[in-house]
Design a protein around this ligand. Structure first.
Ligand SMILES: Nc1ncnc2c1ncn2[C@@H]1O[C@H](COP(=O)(O)OP(=O)(O)OP(=O)(O)O)[C@@H](O)[C@H]1O
Ligand SMILES: O=c1ccn([C@@H]2O[C@H](COP(=O)(O)O)[C@@H](O)[C@H]2O)c(=O)[nH]1
Ligand SMILES: [Mg+2]
Length: 255
């Protein structure tokens, strides 16, 4: 399991990964970079201040664009651990913790929960996982979220998926989701769409400039969309043994 000595108190420099000068996405040398991530100084130790770091894909898109649905399919096909920031917050909301009421109110209003709360939940989930490949669904929601994640956790995503979907389609899907979510109503959806445009999209633009974003047209059947997603992950798998016992063993042996 992953261990973290002092989480919020430790300010961590982003890991200085050796990134091949090709397009970040087409890094078939993923596994190599995966095992050559440099060690941070002990003084800056944080959860990922290990000799290696996990493979992280951020999965972004507007409300109802299909992030969660596709993440489940990717996780199943490629053995990723799916961490939905929204699901983690909803669990925390009903857990009787001190932030429950605030989280409920933020979700109801379509507002973004303070970064340190969401990051703590994501980090805890990563730490308690034996896996080393994570889909982080619905996070970061703002540049502030992104910067806090990079500072606290100390890693950047290896890849960012962005599900692009017309607004009318997103609204239709959310309103027919029928899972009892307190934000699946037209008032909240309108607010969430506003937040999506003003705060979420700048994150996508930031990672686009870094060549990490893979935009997927999210209109179509689940299988049609998954067929557009599949090659991205298959490429990593075909690379230098992302899924080999050796790569996994080398990774886990660091802990
Ligand atoms: N390609 C699709 N076509 C039609 N319906 C879809 C498609 N993908 C997902 N859905 C449905 O749309 C609804 C929203 O999907 P999902 O929960 O995956 O979206 P999301 O991006 O995770 O949304 P949120 O940000 O609100 O959590 C669900 O009821 C899901 O079954
Ligand atoms: O990083 C995050 C993720 C989510 N939220 C809040 O939760 C709701 C629902 O999120 P979904 O990803 O759509 O399940 C979102 O509108 C925010 O209020 C957050 O604050 N930070
Ligand atoms: Mg979702």
């Amino acid at each position: 399991m992953w261990r973290c000595s002092s989480f919020l108190s430790s300010l961590v420099r982003p890991l200085n990964r050796r990134i091949h000068p090709q397009l970040a996405w087409n890094r078939f040398e993923f596994a190599q970079h995966f095992v050559t991530t440099e060690i941070l100084s002990t003084a800056n130790e944080g959860v990922f201040s290990k000799r290696t770091s996990p493979f992280i894909a951020f999965v972004l898109g507007g409300p109802g664009s299909g992030k969660g649905t596709q993440c489940m399919m990717i996780a199943d096909a490629f053995k990723f651990t799916h961490l939905s920031a929204g699901d983690l917050l909803r669990k925390e909301m009903v857990s009787d913790g001190e932030n429950g009421a605030m989280i409920r109110n933020s979700i109801k209003e379509g507002k973004i929960v303070p970064s340190e709360i969401t990051i703590r939940l994501i980090q805890k989930a990563i730490e308690s996982s034996e896996n080393y490949k994570f889909l982080i669904d619905g996070f970061p929601r703002s540049d502030e979220n992104r910067i806090a994640f990079e500072r606290i956790v100390g890693v950047e995503p290896d890849l960012v998926l962005f599900f692009e979907c017309p607004e009318e389609e997103m609204i239709k899907r959310v309103l027919s989701r029928n899972q009892g979510r307190i934000d699946d109503n037209i008032e909240t959806v309108k607010k969430r769409l506003q937040v999506f445009h003003t705060l979420n999209l700048p994150v996508v633009n930031y990672y686009s400039r870094k060549g990490k974003v893979h935009k997927i047209n999210a209109v179509g059947t689940l299988d049609e969309i998954f067929e557009k997603v599949r090659p991205l992950f298959a490429a990593f798998r075909m690379g230098r043994g992302i899924d080999s016992e050796q790569a996994r063993g080398e990774f886990l042996s660091q802990f």
